[in-house]
Design a protein around this ligand. Structure first.
Ligand SMILES: *[C@@H]1O[C@H](CO)[C@@H](O)[C@H](O)[C@H]1NC(C)=O
Ligand SMILES: *[C@@H]1O[C@H](CO)[C@@H](O)[C@H](O)[C@H]1NC(C)=O
Ligand SMILES: *[C@@H]1O[C@H](CO)[C@@H](O)[C@H](O)[C@H]1NC(C)=O
Ligand SMILES: *[C@@H]1O[C@H](CO)[C@@H](O)[C@H](O)[C@H]1NC(C)=O
Length: 777
């Protein structure tokens, strides 16, 4: 071999080596050779409760009763497992909060199905804090007063949906990777109790740029076979974009964000880096592909004229008719993309970012008391879409969605390391808490049996006058009349324990007809590599959350175990596993605004949480177990329900369920931006919740006689409003409103209504109705 040949061979080798390295590098950065150390699985199921007659959970406004639906509620889950080791489950509910009795029931079902695979220790069930979901699914008396007691239909659909969503996640378990990313979202939350926050030490406040947490932490799940399959994120802002007078079921801003992001993903395949392409009224891709074969307006009108409103029909198999729009968009065998927007330390964070104003004068409310001329009922927070609450919900949802997409697209830090968990039930009613004393040494303080302070009755700027059931109120609510007289006057020890909170309702010391408030609370840590999730059964305020996260973090990065070094992401999952209202710092408690008055276990509540979480973190770090000798009570058998069942549904003589009362005008032509309204004879939606189905449907004509679903209950542009002409009437109507999105394809459309009626003898029959066809240009 001559020299030049050898030289070029060397060059060729070097060049090949370089190319191979480059290719490996590129493939690697794209995750091709990812050695997935986890199995991941996601699930998603409908949990929409009764869309009629049931009090909405959150504002505790007796008059806020469901009467229709804006968009459906869902339970979204992920499971992460080490192939031969531990696993954790996280469920995010489009519900106001988790509920102890729901958690107990779900765990029972999981035990029956999977043995000891999923238990209270490694399953977390968290609520997004929407104030627009049906209530009555909690077990303690205080949380079911305004819903006239327990509502088993609300409870059942949530338990079933969580179970199904976990089963899906379990069955989807496949090798995959998880990436974490964090970023600031500045315009989706403001502080609603600034005067309480300002009572925190100045040196502590100086450590932070903002008076609420602006950080969103996101997980991106990438399946080895399918690529990205979902994302979960945690961000603190209240689910109070919808107001205390709204009657349509809604997931509020977080439910909206989840809906939008799932649609964004399905429309863009693997997702687009340009979030600006997204619009919340995006028409599903499949429908936009149909685009008018008939571009001639006259021809469209002629087609429409041949489809006049038929009489309502009875149908046995309604669900197949109410074919879901989104189901049709997905690849048959590929798991659907699951995107969850989880709640965090939102205690004092409002999505009504324009501030709080007096509805009489239009001026800002009093800073310290959020009152207007001394009255709290007049002070309301304003969302960015003010005065349109749907618009506010959409905007705050979109802001969270856009940030999440940005974090999702850029996520590159891979979670690596053990999957682990610790869990304990703690009796918060007289827990001893050891605190460092000023000037050295330590002192032992105690928590107190639960009690609510006077400011609790005043509510917040998101919902003034919430829990309108002051002691001695004997009007209005029959459930309150029944239980209200057992409330006791707190003794001196209890009064002193809660000082400076003046006690309005001594709920921790009443057990008639059953427990009014929880005393046994679950605390839990889930670990996935360098991510730590703190499941708290309450709404922590901003600063309370910061203190808890810092305390846990300092335990994890201390000591001889260097597993976490300094790289650990700690998130708070708020309103998880059960519900016990608020947790403020001691300093905020002293100010006794709504959040302080609703901190149930007295001034040392936060210190008690910090103490118990440090124990869990220490045990996690050192591989020790935590003993479990307490159990929360199961009060299911004791529940009382005063909600009247549906007696029967009727229509006027000669009219069928599903017949149109008010049709679209003959030969109607609409343009995008218009509202199409159709009114149908209907029946009570409690007869069938249409789980994973729809009450309303917009169909588009494909060709000459084939109708294709275009928009359903899950679409922001479609509203289902259900009503009776008077309170105990057996007749009812469904008004369906379609706000034609800018992206709607021109064509021939019609609106359909689905429902189920109950006869006097109790049998349930499904029906459907349709409007006449109309043209959208
Ligand atoms: C409706 O439109 C069709 C097709 O353009 C036309 O033949 C018919 O006369 C119209 N009817 C009315 C009442 O305007
Ligand atoms: C709020 O209360 C604090 C403490 O009492 C007081 O110093 C402050 O001036 C008050 N602020 C307003 C705007 O009223
Ligand atoms: C994500 O990447 C894009 C493009 O590289 C960049 O403009 C954006 O700021 C990044 N976002 C985050 C949160 O890092
Ligand atoms: C919780 O603690 C209180 C006060 O010590 C006690 O009275 C109560 O029985 C305890 N509850 C349970 C379930 O152990």
């Amino acid at each position: 071999m001559d020299l030049s040949a050898r030289f070029s061979l060397q060059w060729a080798r070097a060049a090949i080596w370089l190319w191979v390295s480059l290719v490996i590098f590129l493939l690697n950065t794209r995750g091709f050779f990812s050695e997935s150390s986890y199995l991941i699985g996601l699930g998603n199921y409908d949990i929409t409760g009764p869309a009629a007659d049931v009090n909405m959970m959150g504002y505790a406004n007796t008059e806020q009763v469901s009467g229709g639906l804006h968009f459906r509620l869902r339970a979204r889950s992920f499971i992460v497992a080490e192939p031969q080791g531990n696993r954790v489950v996280f469920v995010n509910l489009d519900a106001c909060m988790a509920s102890q009795i729901v958690t107990i029931k779900v765990l029972e079902r999981l035990k029956a199905r999977y043995g000891d695979l999923y238990t209270e220790k490694n399953v977390a069930i968290s609520g997004i804090h929407t104030h627009a979901g049906p209530g009555g699914y909690l077990q303690y008396v205080v949380y079911i007063i305004t819903s006239l007691g327990f509502v088993s239909q609300s409870f059942d659909v949530i338990v079933d949906g969580i179970e199904k969503s976990i089963i899906q996640a379990h069955e989807n378990l496949q090798p995959g990777s998880i990436f974490v990313n964090k970023g600031e979202l500045l315009d989706a939350g403001v502080i609603r109790s600034p005067s309480a926050y300002l009572n925190n030490p100045i040196a502590e406040r100086a450590k932070y740029n903002y008076n609420v947490d602006k950080e969103m932490t996101l997980l991106k799940f990438v399946d080895d076979q399918w690529g990205p399959v979902g994302s979960f994120n945690w961000f603190a802002t209240h689910g109070t974009s919808m107001s205390r007078t709204n009657s349509l079921i809604s997931g509020d801003n977080k439910g909206a964000a989840a809906r939008f992001m799932e649609d964004w993903f399905e429309q863009n395949g693997v997702g687009s880096s340009n979030t600006n392409e997204y619009s919340s009224d995006e028409i599903p891709r499949r429908v936009s592909n149909i685009i008018s074969i008939h571009d001639n307006h006259h021809e469209l009108l002629e087609l429409a004229a041949s489809f006049q409103s038929p009489p309502g029909q009875l149908a046995t198999k309604i669900m197949s008719a109410a074919r879901r729009v989104r189901g049709a968009l997905r690849q048959a065998d590929k798991p659907g993309f699951v995107s969850a927007f989880c709640q965090s330390n939102c205690g004092d964070v409002s999505p009504n970012v324009l501030g709080a104003f007096c509805i009489d004068s239009g001026l800002p409310c009093d800073f310290n008391h959020s009152t207007c001329g001394g009255k709290n009922e007049l002070c309301y927070g304003r969302g960015p879409g003010y005065p349109d609450e749907f618009e506010s919900t959409c905007i705050i949802g979109e802001r969270q969605m856009r940030k999440a997409i940005d974090l999702f697209n850029n996520a590159s830090e891979k979670l690596e390391g053990k999957v682990d968990y610790r869990h304990a039930y703690v009796n918060f009613s007289q827990l001893e808490v050891t605190l460092p004393k000023q000037g050295g040494g330590s002192e032992v303080v105690k928590t107190c049996p639960a009690a609510l302070g006077f400011s609790f009755a005043a509510g917040t700027t998101d919902g003034p006058g919430a829990f309108d059931f002051k002691q001695g109120d004997d009007k209005g609510n029959p459930f309150w009349r029944m239980v209200g007289n057992v409330l006791k006057t707190p003794d001196k020890a209890q009064v002193d324990c809660h000082d400076p909170k003046p006690i309005l309702l001594d709920i921790g010391e009443v057990t008639q007809p059953y427990d009014w408030a929880p005393s046994i609370l679950p605390v839990q840590i889930l670990r996935i590599g360098q991510l730590i999730i703190l499941s708290v059964p309450a709404e922590f305020t901003t600063m309370a959350g910061r203190r808890l996260r810092d305390a846990v973090k300092s335990v994890l990065i201390s000591g001889s175990n260097t597993e976490f070094n300094s790289n650990v992401h700690v998130v708070i999952a708020g309103l998880t596993n059960t519900y016990s209202q608020y947790v403020t710092t001691l300093e905020e408690y002293e100010v006794q605004r709504y959040e302080g008055a609703s901190t149930l276990y007295g001034p040392n509540t936060l210190s008690a949480y910090i103490q118990e979480f440090k124990k869990l973190a220490t045990a996690l770090l050192n591989g020790q177990s935590v003993e479990l000798d307490l159990q929360p009570p199961n009060l299911l058998d004791k529940q009382i329900s005063l909600l009247t069942p549906v007696v029967m549904d009727t229509t006027p003589a000669g009219v069928n369920f599903g017949d149109v009362i008010t049709d679209v005008p003959h030969n109607a032509t609409y343009k995008t931006g218009d509202i199409v309204t159709v009114v149908f004879w209907s029946a009570c939606p409690r007869n069938d919740l249409m789980t994973e189905g729809t009450f309303s449907l917009v169909e588009i004509l494909d060709g000459k006689d084939s109708w294709v679903p275009a928009y359903d209950d899950d679409d922001f542009c479609l509203r289902f409003k259900w009503a009776r002409p008077f309170k105990l009437s057996a007749r009812s109507t469904a008004t369906i409103e379609w706000r034609i999105p800018q992206t709607a394809a021109p064509g021939v459309y019609r609106i359909k209504s689905f429902g189920a009626s109950k006869s006097l003898f109790g049998s349930i029959r499904h029906f459907t109705g349709s409007s006449s066809a109309f043209v959208v240009t």
